[in-house]
Design a protein around this ligand. Structure first.
Ligand code: PRP
Length: 211
């Protein structure tokens, strides 16, 4: 009977949401509620004993860590920045982009003397990247449109998500170096992994073969 155990999935709102709903549809799930959700945040997938919770990326991790949700779909960017106690069990392949170090086009970021300043929404990812290079930098935390920081001369460079490269290009910035590739991942609560193992494995296999 374990395959019928109720399961709650936390899904990152926005970019990853559409791809995940598309994946569920390919798996033969009735995604009507997910497509016509209005402002509702907890949605039911009929016949699957499955609930979907829509949340911001960092909250997806929190809900999975706390066991409020058994599994979550979240970007590797948030996983790297947030850390935490859960299992990362699959790369879903969609939501592909990368973290990159970028500066004003033509600027020699590594040249000259003095500690460089780097602006980012991801201070932990940035710290780890420069620590791996044994390079001392000052990090400035920015909440959005990090590309502004070098243009306003508050930073020498940025570490940010690059998808198509359009935002950098349109603002006269260019990638100096790739930091790490990113894609959507499936994460699982540590207790759910034991108590609902069969159901979770079954669902993961279904997701992988529908990808
Ligand atoms: C992300 C990122 C870049 C942009 C990159 O921002 O921070 O600004 O996308 O995409 P591109 O390479 O295709 O141009 P997002 O749109 O998530 O908005 P935010 O800055 O408000 O987080």
């Amino acid at each position: 009977m374990s395959e019928n155990k109720a399961i709650r999935v936390a899904l990152t709102k926005g970019r990853l949401e559409k791809d995940t709903v598309g994946l569920f549809e390919k798996m033969g799930f009735d995604v009507t509620e997910l497509k016509e959700k209005g402002r509702r945040l907890i949605l039911n997938i009929p016949g699957q004993n499955m609930e979907v919770v829509l949340a911001k990326a960092a909250d997806v991790i929190t809900y999975v860590e706390l066991g409020a949700c058994d599994i979550g779909v979240v970007g590797k960017d948030t996983i790297l920045e947030h850390g935490g106690e859960y299992f990362e069990i699959a790369d879903l392949g969609f939501g592909r982009c990368r973290f990159a170090l970028a500066t004003k086009k033509g600027l020699d970021f590594y040249g000259g003397v003095g500690v460089k300043t780097v602006a980012t929404k991801y201070p932990n990812v940035t710290r780890n990247f420069f620590e791996s290079k044994r390079m001392d930098v000052d990090i400035v935390k920015i909440e959005g449109s990090v590309e502004l920081a070098p243009l306003l001369r508050i930073a020498d460079g940025i570490v940010d998500i690059v998808e198509t490269g359009t935002t950098l290009k349109e603002n006269g910035l260019a990638v100096i170096e790739d930091v790490v590739p990113i894609s959507a991942r499936l994460i699982v609560n540590t207790v759910s992994m034991k108590l609902k193992k069969e159901r979770i494995e079954q669902l993961t296999e279904m997701m992988k073969s529908a990808l």
